[in-house]
Design a protein around this ligand. Sequence first.
Ligand code: PD2
Ligand code: ZN
Length: 288
Amino acid sequence: MPEVNAAVQTWLAEHASRGCSQVAMVDAMVQLGFDPAIAEPAVRSALLAATGRYSEMNFPHGVEAADGQYAYDPAPVAAGNVIRADDRDIHVLMRIERPQIIVFGDVLSAGECEELIERARPKIRRSTTVNPENGKDDVIAARTSQGMFFDRAQDPFIEGLERRIASLMNCPVENGEGLQVLNYQVAAEYRPHFDYFPPDQAGSAVHTAHGGQRVATLVLYLNDVPNGGETYFPNAGIAVAAKRGSAVYFRYLNGRRQLDPLSLHGGAPVLEGEKWIMTKWVRERENA
Ligand code: PD2
Ligand code: ZN
């Protein structure tokens, strides 16, 4: 089995900077005897290094993969049990392959969580969702949280957190949407949904026009929830409990631009206390 040695890396870098498509490069490597599981991540990182974005190929919104057909290529998150993310060592608590989920401990300090809550508290308003027809904001019964967005790089505190999160997700900071803080009171929830913009809905085009499709999400927990409020993946039988400072990462757009139907997820109703989270969504390219 051939290896991705220096000569192959040079070949990849040259073809990526010439605008070669991801499919063509992976196909060429497979023809030469590479395992697709080795070829795909090598091509993706060459494309990312050369162009700052994943290949769009022929599918501007991505392709909804039928159940079981989504190819689980390696996530860009670093290997190992402790990841140096800019200014902080972050511990990996669990990795799940299908859907692709990673749970992290101590992404934020208790003081950072407190500061985020106190800064968000006076600004939160009822959350909205994307209207599938026209892409505008709708208030719906399926999402009963309140939230607010911080602007990108709005001050040094937010900028520092964005750098740490981008480093952890191994994604350029420019590809991230603004950090969002959400609050759920007792009984509030976010029923199962996809974070990606469904390719078959007209309203998605408004959102993918800048930055392309969403690739992955990081949900950061800002407080301990005594009962309820888990982030759950109903078709995978997985629930992540809210613990202050920890976070759950999930990725749903692979290098072939397939979208993972198993990434369906929700925020379970809070049964006791309240829930504060912060979300980071990252796109395929700069999200101006
Ligand atoms: O509140 C959550 O745990 C949650 C779960 C799923 C939030 C979101 N999705 C979201 O804001 O997209
Ligand atoms: Zn979500």
